[in-house]
Write a protein that binds this ligand. Structure first.
Ligand SMILES: [Zn+2]
Ligand SMILES: [Zn+2]
Length: 381
């Protein structure tokens, strides 16, 4: 077993760090190594280490003992020989994380740390923002740990006194004598309502609740390629847990709505558009400008282009959200027949008509087999 690191070193704070500094260092480290965020192999281990360090240093008695005697005295990780077991019933974090990660140390399960509520908000994006990504701001209204008392609920951030009735466990055990022998029963402490502490001098900032409602503007980095109806998760940006820094903040979920574009339509990574050309361009071919999401590009329409024919502009579609190749743009050609003709144009069409003759071509039954295959290939984005 590797040698245990110093708790102050784990949280990157000085030995004289205040409760506030300790809490803020813990939050920073816990977010950094949270296994939901950090996919590094050692993140889970570091996350446990951070929680263990915080668990000891946030408790006044345990911190004092750790300062004097080191790891042995603090009891964490000492295999059940916790000298302060009476205060908190062992090490709640190690139990929780062992159960999360499939291990078991055979000890009694402690209650899960309180978790803050998740928040859901919506954000509306332009078509371009969804394709290229954007920095957006969302407004949230969330409960945060009170910044006056830092969640202690007491005036001036004092540590609330341990409940004298239950000794801080929040639970009271009674031995009952019955005809069948002695029974041990336990229930929540009636003095502190199971909280283990008594709020003798409540904080003015939160009226002793430990959390306050705050309006925040949160920056959201929308990744390039996000589609309508996608949801982004911002871990830890939900509400803070009740009961101070030992809890886990909830998540912020941002639901994406993408506004329609006036000329482009999206199908997965493909962008579809329609271009109208005249009969002369269709028959003779032409060099023309076609709008893409990156701006206009020159495109050579081949002679003999039919209405409904599709062309593919490589890599003018939507970037891959997971870093793969960019999609294509599919341009569908519409041959637009003129509705009004000038004298000159009419004369030219009449000349053309006599040259082309008046035979009508019988087309095969809707689309033949090859036509369907060709269309399917052309339309695939
Ligand atoms: Zn407060
Ligand atoms: Zn109590």
């Amino acid at each position: 077993m590797a040698e245990k690191r110093d708790y102050y070193e784990v949280l990157d704070i000085s030995r004289s760090a205040t409760e506030v500094e300790l809490k803020s260092a813990y939050r920073k480290m816990a977010r950094k190594f949270h296994p939901d965020i950090n996919k590094d192999d050692h993140a889970e281990e570091r996350f446990k280490e951070v929680n263990e360090a915080y668990e000891v240093l946030s408790n006044v008695e345990r911190r004092a003992a750790y300062d004097r005697f080191g790891h042995a005295a603090a009891g964490a990780g000492a295999g059940g020989g916790d000298p302060f077991g009476g205060f908190g019933g062992g090490s709640p974090f190690s139990d929780i994380f062992d159960s999360f990660f499939g291990g078991s140390n055979g000890r009694q399960r402690a209650a899960a740390p309180p978790r803050g509520a998740d928040i859901q908000v919506g954000v509306s994006l332009s078509f371009e923002d969804a394709v290229f990504g954007a920095e957006k701001e969302v407004e949230v209204d969330r409960l945060e740990t009170c910044d006056v008392c830092h969640g202690t609920r007491m005036k001036d951030g004092k540590t609330p006194p341990t409940c004298g009735n239950c000794g801080g466990s929040g639970e009271v055990r009674r031995v009952q004598q019955t005809i069948l022998g002695q029974f041990m029963t336990s229930g929540p402490c009636s003095v502190c309502q199971g909280e283990g502490v008594t709020i003798t001098d409540p904080c003015d900032g939160c009226r002793g609740r430990g959390r306050r409602r705050q309006y925040r503007t949160i920056e959201v980095s929308v990744p390039a390629g996000v589609d309508d109806n996608a949801t982004l998760r911002l871990t830890g940006q939900g509400e803070d847990a009740p009961g101070g820094p030992g809890g886990v903040p909830g998540n912020l979920y941002v639901k994406i709505r993408v506004k329609p574009h006036k000329i482009f339509e999206r199908h997965g990574k493909g962008i579809h558009s329609q271009v109208g050309i005249n009969v002369a361009q269709a028959a003779l071919g032409d060099e023309c400008e076609i709008e893409t999401i990156d701006g206009p590009v020159m495109f050579r329409i081949p002679s003999g282009t039919q209405s409904g024919q599709q062309f593919r502009l490589r890599e003018k579609g939507v970037p891959d959200l997971r870093g793969g190749s960019r999609g294509d743009q599919i341009v569908t050609i519409q041959v637009v027949t003129p509705k009004k003709l000038s004298e000159d144009q009419r004369a030219l069409f009449e000349e053309l008509a006599s040259s082309l003759g008046s035979d009508i071509q019988q087309q095969p039954n809707s689309k033949g087999f090859f036509g369907r295959v060709k269309d399917a290939l052309g339309a695939k984005a």
